[in-house]
Design a protein around this ligand. Structure first.
Ligand SMILES: Nc1ncnc2c1ncn2[C@@H]1O[C@H](COP(=O)(O)OP(=O)(O)OP(=O)(O)O)[C@@H](O)[C@H]1O
Ligand SMILES: [Mg+2]
Length: 453
């Protein structure tokens, strides 16, 4: 149940080992002007930022500004968190002062400031900053940002941002993360990405998920509030589908196959029988032949009536291989951008399949989905709109990817199972039963041609 725990990356300096969760590795390994981390409660953002900065400040002399919108006293800042982490790791090279922290060996310094009500003189003291960490960035105003951005001006300087999104209109989200440029890293981190997340927190998150899915999406998954109206699929429908109920179905098996386009995407297979979505299988970094091998294995093993696959990108190659291997009667290629079958209702195939998925979730009897945090997040993330003709349209995939921090691979695989209605017409014909090798098929063809002579 739930999601895997991400691997930990271990950074070592001197004799001290400080583990940094994998999702935060770019803090240490990449240079970006903006490193924008967002997500729900307990995603590990504050700890990872603190630990990474403590590590970097031990390596060379840097000036770090820990900023927030309002800081009436040092108690409001991350000063205490940094002190706690210094104590946990026993970093005796740090000296702690009331309003700053210094590294005795490298000369690095942490300073703490609130941005609101800063006069120009005080802001000028930030000009030599190497890394500015803006904590609770959802509260930063456009005005504060417009002063800060040009002030952090040292060559190679970075601005690290940690945010729990409040609304779609949070200024820094709009300015930096909604349409990030090449100098900006945007990464979503939730409690299930945090390998150190305490069990108690996970229990609280799961309780919230069961009792109030919309709150769960906001508090624990980092979704902005009051988005329910523009979402294609309501959190409550997905939650209802997670409730255990169906454990058998006579409906034919349909497989949806969404094939990874880019390095970070995953190839996902979704297995659905009528009202019962049985499971997902996801794979990373497979080449076309390997995806085709997996698909061939699933077809032979589970004998689906149909496999619908995305052939917009890489998928076309996989489709060709499967067809060549004799699975032509089972597989169907789908272009997400193609004209919808019901073109008077949907702008394209993607909107059509997702629209049917949304209806499937709402219809009775309640459908069954395997419980999966990622699936929940993906299904409830998609925004809808309508074109001039009142046809359903989904938001651009790139927009969705930026918001979600990844491609909705499982959601797309499930949506693909709705590409066309599938009826049980008996066992589909596999060319050569799908069980013969390419060589066998070649021989079959050769024999037939000789006969025809
Ligand atoms: N490196 C770590 N070592 C030990 N525990 C950790 C570490 N990172 C995170 N945790 C645990 O996970 C919890 C959540 O982490 P953190 O407070 O950094 O999350 P966050 O994303 O800043 O969330 P919030 O929105 O609640 O501020 C911490 O309270 C702590 O218990
Ligand atoms: Mg935090």
């Amino acid at each position: 149940m739930g999601k895997r725990v991400s691997r930990k990356k271990v950074a070592e300096v001197g004799a001290v080992t400080i583990p940094i969760a994998q999702k935060f590795a770019p803090l240490l390994q990449e240079h970006k002007r903006i490193k924008f981390y967002y997500g729900g409660r307990a995603g590990g953002k504050s700890y990872a930022f603190a630990d990474s900065l403590l590590l970097l400040a031990r390596q060379k002399k840097i000036l770090i500004a820990c900023l927030r919108e309002i800081q009436d006293s040092i108690k409001d800042s991350v000063h205490k968190l940094l002190c706690d982490r210094i104590a946990v790791f026993g970093l005796s090279d740090y000296r702690i002062y009331e309003t700053r922290i210094e590294n005795k060996v490298t000369g690095s310094k942490f300073i703490f400031k609130g941005l609101r009500d800063q006069d120009i003189q005080k802001i000028k003291s930030l000009e030599g900053v190497d890394i500015a960490w803006i904590e609770e960035a959802q509260t930063i105003t456009k005005k504060s940002w417009s002063i800060l951005d040009p002030t952090i001006r040292k060559d190679g300087s970075e601005i690290w941002i940690s945010m729990n999104r409040e609304t779609e209109h949070d200024p820094l989200w709009q300015l930096l993360a909604a349409k990030p440029d090449s100098r900006t890293l945007v990464c979503c981190c939730n409690y299930y990405d945090n390998p150190f997340c305490p069990e108690e927190i996970k229990i609280q998150a799961q309780k919230c998920r069961d009792e109030n899915p919309d709150d769960y999406a906001h508090i624990w998954l980092g979704a902005p509030v009051s988005q329910a109206a523009s979402r294609l699929i309501a959190a409550k429908d997905v939650k209802a589908a997670f409730e255990p109920k169906i454990d058998a179905s006579d409906s034919p098996l349909v497989i949806g196959l969404d094939i990874a386009r880019f390095g970070d995407d995953k190839t996902s297979f979704c297995f659905r029988r009528g009202r019962w979505c049985q499971r997902f299988e996801t794979f990373s970094k497979l080449d076309n032949v390997e995806v085709a091998d997996k698909a061939a294995f699933f077809i032979r093993q589970y004998q689906p009536q149909r496999v619908f696959m995305d052939i917009g990108g890489q998928g076309a190659g996989v489709y060709d291989i499967l067809k060549d291997r004799g699975f032509g009667e089972i597989i169907r290629g789908v272009y997400f951008g193609a004209k919808a079958q019901q073109y008077e209702r949907y702008v394209n195939r993607r909107a059509e399949m997702w629209g049917r998925l949304g209806e499937w979730l709402k219809e009775q009897p309640e459908p069954q989905l395997p419980f999966d945090d990622e699936l929940f997040e993906e299904l409830t993330a998609v925004n809808k709109k309508y074109d001039h003709y009142g046809r359903l349209q989904l938001e651009e995939k790139d927009e969705l990817k930026k918001r979600l921090g990844r491609s909705p691979d499982k959601g797309d695989a499930l949506a693909l199972t709705f590409a066309e209605p599938v009826y049980d017409t008996g066992r589909p014909q596999l060319y050569g039963n799908g069980r013969v090798s390419v060589e066998d098929m070649f021989m079959e063809n050769a024999k037939r041609r000789i006969k025809e002579w």
